[in-house]
Design a protein around this ligand. Sequence first.
Ligand code: HEM
Length: 181
Amino acid sequence: MECVTYGTAGMVTTREFISMACWHLLTHPELAARYRAAEQQERLASLAEIIRLEPVVGHLYRRMQQPVTVTDAGRRHTLSPGDLVDICVRQANTDPDTAGAQPHDLCPGRDMPGADASGLSFGDGAHKCPGRPLALLESDVLLTKLLGHRPRIVREPRLGWDDLVAGYTLRDFELAFDAPA
Ligand code: HEM
């Protein structure tokens, strides 16, 4: 069971993220140049910022066990036992109260008071993703190696949707590597 959970929770998600991060890097030459030159800590900050904007898991669901009152933009809401809470990760991650004035801009190392640099893309609380460091590290290892070979895009990925995780899929992304001169 553990292998199946880790396989589905870890591999499917990370696979999509690596393609998305690669797409961002190859379509933003300044970001790619900075990524190539940066130390690992800064590269991981770039990946955390990319996944904040491009969460692989789009919604997190929780069934309330106890009453909870939350305040949003000055309004109080009471959640009762049995209520289903649907957290829209993409919107939560770009909330200007946390991400700042230009929440949709890709800005590695931005100030995220009270939140993780990747927002809620890896969840939060008791069941937050235990694979976060591994996912970012393995993405970094692959992308660093890949960018070192100066790839160019032959075909942009086809964007799809996976209802199970309420997140994107990227398919048929094709890169080419030119022979060194
Ligand atoms: C980019 C890659 C990944 C993303 C976006 C991601 C996202 C998430 C999210 C949002 C949750 C929380 C679900 C919830 O609260 O309902 C979660 C849980 C989990 N993730 Fe990941 N994950 C990734 C990679 C990994 C990797 C590499 C592993 C394992 C090596 C992993 C293992 C798990 C497990 C076991 C849970 C369940 C934790 C629990 O319920 O206590 N994930 N993941």
